[in-house]
Design a protein around this ligand. Structure first.
Ligand code: NDP
Length: 489
């Protein structure tokens, strides 16, 4: 049994509460580690360390180019330790090993190199103000201590998208991963000890949302919050942050649609839609969990989707042949089962039932397909965050766009068609932060991601991802001795 400590000020600590939280391997339902149950006292200590690092010591004096060099070092260490980190994440949340380790070696670690390059290129401006003998310029400055709060489905990639730009911008951070999947974040700190980071630059506290996350967001010395999670948690965090008027970036959930137009290549669409919902066992924020299918294609599409999905191998997340791993934790497994049962009881047509599929030990649910769904049902409106897809028919393009936009969410959408010009027109009308045309699930460090509506606000990745961790100062300089108007006669 692995017993973790939490990481603050460049050292490992036991929690003040003296208690730890069991963490299970969802592939086997066995407790394999314990993580610290940190409380407000531990959070205070973490914020203090981050604050001292921001104001004093080598980080406070480090120039932007040197921050870039440090980020490159971090990237190299992540690449060198990708297997170890991936192994822990797979054991902790059941994500397929083949979907963690290769990205950690390539485009996930690219985030560190990308923002390393950006650290000394985010330039201010000289503004041609309408004022004589005045030089006005802007500086982009870090906030100070930032809280990075992450979800359990992809703890490392969610963290890297925040950590790389936060550090490139010159901030210090306190990370709070989900209590369901904290181990890979703690392991990351273990491997980063080799990077000789300034103490207090990156701190990690683990524990529950209300007792660890809430005091972190509320701490007066935390100046900015970047959150990834569900709408209920996000709205609580946004409310807490609003009490002290802190800027927040919100990466929240979705009920994303994949639209199959009547001119789509059916095989391509079937495989594309299956690959847009079932990888990660449906536990991706952008999972395309609503398939809007032109009525003329509904029957062949539904049959095709059921056929390719029922062949997907369910089981050991370390086996390269596995397509569907376990649900990441027991409470969520029970929630997905409840959602499937509720959809079935409401009379929806269950075309493929994933319950009872996969190994007996562990939290497995196979691909599950409901057909003839209407957009007023709970299944079409709420995020299941599991391997469950709803097929909704539509009759024309306008109706497809109306159904797509009739949602509280706006994270992602897919369009499957052989008419690219038509897809471009539709993409403009769809209220979502990301639109895929004849592909799905692509993401890159260079391209911004984020939500419309209740899927969140602010953007990660790209220039916007760096901008989120900076504030702008306008400086006014008199270029000749100031000659103010006499203040009083
Ligand atoms: P939650 O919202 O439950 O939790 C997210 C994080 O917030 C966890 O670390 C959680 O801690 C913490 N938290 C919860 N309540 C509070 C609080 N009051 N104050 C401070 N912190 C708090 O999300 P899940 O972990 O269940 O993740 C699944 C959700 O994340 C899905 O909705 C998914 O769509 C979304 N997601 C969005 C992504 C995006 O980029 N848009 C990417 C990945 C996931 P704890 O778990 O310990 O309670």
């Amino acid at each position: 049994m692995k017993i973790y400590q939490f990481y603050v000020g460049g050292a490992w600590h036991d929690p003040a509460s003296g208690t730890w939280i069991d963490t299970e391997n969802p592939a086997t339902a066995e407790v394999w580690a314990r993580i610290p149950d940190c409380n407000a006292e531990d959070v205070k200590r973490a914020v203090q360390a981050a604050r001292e690092c921001f104001y004093d010591g080598p980080w406070a004096r480090m120039n932007a180019a040197d921050r870039g060099r440090l980020l490159r070092r971090i990237g190299d260490i992540v690449v060198a330790n990708a297997e170890r980190l991936g192994d822990v994440e797979t054991r902790d949340n059941g994500k397929l090993a083949k979907n963690i380790t290769p990205p950690l070696k390539s485009w996930q670690s690219d985030s560190f190199y990308y923002y390393a390059g950006m650290a000394d290129k985010f330039e201010g401006a000289l503004i041609p103000v309408d004022a004589p003998d005045i030089l006005n310029y802007t500086r982009h400055e870090p906030f100070g201590v930032c809280a990075l709060i992450t979800a359990w489905n992809s703890p490392l990639s969610v963290l890297i998208w925040k950590l790389a730009p936060a550090l490139a911008a010159g901030n210090t951070v306190v990370v709070k991963p989900s209590e369901h999947a904290s181990a890979s974040t703690l392991e990351l700190m273990g491997v980063l000890e080799e990077a000789d980071l300034p103490p207090g630059l990156i701190n990690v506290v683990t524990g529950y949302g209300p007792t660890t996350g809430e005091p972190l967001v509320d701490h007066p010395d935390v100046r900015m919050v970047s959150f990834t999670g569900g709408v209920p948690g996000g709205s609580m965090v946004a409310s807490t942050a609003a009490r002290k008027v802190k800027p927040v970036v919100m990466e929240l959930g979705g009920k994303s649609q994949q639209i199959v137009l009547e001119d789509a290549d059916l095989d391509l669409a079937v495989n594309g839609v299956a690959s847009g919902i079932f990888p990660a066992t449906g536990q991706s924020c952008i999972s395309g969990s609503r398939a809007l299918v032109h009525r003329s294609l509904v029957e062949p599409f539904t049959e095709g989707l059921a056929e390719v999905s029922s062949n997907a191998r369910i089981g050991d997340p370390n086996d390269p042949a596995t397509r569907i791993g376990p649900i990441a934790n027991k409470p969520h497994y029970e929630k997905v089962l409840r959602d499937i049962a509720a959809a079935e009881q409401s009379g929806l047509r269950l075309v493929l039932d994933g319950r009872g599929k996969g190994p007996e030990q562990g939290y497995y649910i196979g691909p599950t397909i409901f057909a003839d769904v209407t957009n007023d049902t709970k299944l079409a409106r709420e995020e299941v965050f599991g391997p469950v897809i709803a097929i909704l028919p539509f009759d024309d393009e306008d109706e497809a766009v109306r159904i797509a936009n009739d949602s509280i969410f706006g994270l992602a959408a897919g369009i499957w068609t052989s008419d690219t010009a038509r897809a471009i027109r539709m993409a403009e009308r769809i209220e979502a932060g990301t639109v895929y045309i004849n592909n799905y699930f692509n993401a890159a460090t260079q391209s911004p991601v984020g939500g419309y509506k209740q899927s969140g606000y602010g953007r990660e990745n790209g220039f916007a991802g760096m901008g989120a961790f900076l504030q702008t100062k306008s400086v006014w300089l008199a270029t000749s001795p100031a000659q103010p108007e006499p203040f009083a006669d």
